[in-house]
Write a protein that binds this ligand. Structure first.
Ligand SMILES: Nc1ncnc2c1ncn2[C@@H]1O[C@H](COP(=O)(O)OP(=O)(O)O)[C@@H](O)[C@H]1O
Ligand SMILES: [Mg+2]
Length: 46
């Protein structure tokens, strides 16, 4: 099971945006995807 982490200590650098779009693209490709947002802000969950 491959794990892709989108990491950067700087807020607002686009981590959530990249992670959501990457997850969506992989899902459209037929991959089973679990998107986990470990930031307290939880923007991807919203
Ligand atoms: N490639 C991009 N070009 C323009 N705006 C972007 C890009 N990636 C993210 N943003 C915008 O920048 C802001 C912060 O992005 P976000 O993904 O929430 O960052 P992070 O998760 O690192 O805090 C959001 O308003 C988002 O829409
Ligand atoms: Mg974020």
């Amino acid at each position: 099971m491959p794990v892709i982490a989108v990491l950067n200590p700087k807020g607002g650098s686009g981590k959530t945006t990249v992670a959501i779009n990457l997850a969506h693209a992989l899902a459209l490709d037929g991959d089973k995807v679990l998107l986990v947002d470990s930031d307290l802000q939880g923007s991807a969950r919203d």
